[in-house]
Design a protein around this ligand. Structure first.
Ligand SMILES: [Zn+2]
Length: 220
């Protein structure tokens, strides 16, 4: 398995992570969250002689989807998103593309995902874990064999995603993290939608303490 992290610089948002995963034998490739700076992504795909099978979106926000059309035009591939975030793909008021300075983006998905769906590229199997909270239809993708989790904007190193945007819910994100992420094996490596990769389970457990501390500070 080849795994590449492409750091994209997106205006008003900062750095967003796009991931490219390839099955070496078949060259079948998945691109997760292609935001801006599409040239960086295409350069890597060309180097890998990629056969793009899927473009998977962890959620509908503009900084994760703005490169999708250009990518699909050049390489093909099916656009997949969770069924509850699919309406947001078509609605710039929900995907916030205009708000974050990317121009109004409206996209059509090829297929809609549900919790526990399995996606395959070559021998690599990804399990869809529905983790509402940052958005209603946010997902994580889990490769059980490798103990790797792509967490989108549900969880970052030391904290979690915003819940004050359209369709977000604080209660839901805490439930998603507690029930579906903390229950994964201790050695799971988390590849988030922003910031650095998290190799350390203690940091994931600590996010609750960190957040509580921050809230306490802001009230004093
Ligand atoms: Zn987001």
């Amino acid at each position: 398995m080849i795994l590449k992290r492409i750091k994209l610089d997106i205006q008003m948002v900062g750095e967003t992570n796009c991931y490219i995963i390839q099955d070496e034998k078949t060259k079948e490739t998945m691109v997760i969250d292609p935001g801006e700076e599409i040239d960086k992504i295409t350069e890597m795909l060309d180097t890998l002689h990629a056969n793009v099978k899927y473009i998977v979106l962890t959620h509908c926000h503009g900084d994760h989807i703005s490169g999708v059309n250009k990518l699909k035009e050049k390489y093909g591939g099916k656009i997949l998103i969770h069924i509850e975030d699919e309406p947001g793909l078509r609605d710039p008021m929900i995907n916030l593309s205009d708000y974050i300075g990317l121009g109004a983006i409206s996209l059509e998905a090829d297929s809609r995902l549900n919790d526990n769906d399995l996606i395959h590229i070559g021998d690599i199997e990804f399990k869809v874990i529905h983790t509402p909270g940052h958005t209603k239809g946010g997902i994580c993708l889990y490769i059980e064999k490798e103990k790797i989790l792509f967490s989108g904007d549900t969880i970052f190193r030391g904290t979690w995603g915003r819940t004050d945007l359209p369709t977000g819910s604080f209660e839901d994100i805490i439930k998603s993290i507690t029930d579906k992420i903390m229950t994964l094996p201790e050695e799971t490596i988390v590849y988030p939608g922003h910031r650095k990769i998290n190799y350390d389970k203690r940091r994931r457990t600590n996010i609750f303490r960190i957040k509580t501390k921050r809230i306490l500070v802001s009230f004093t």
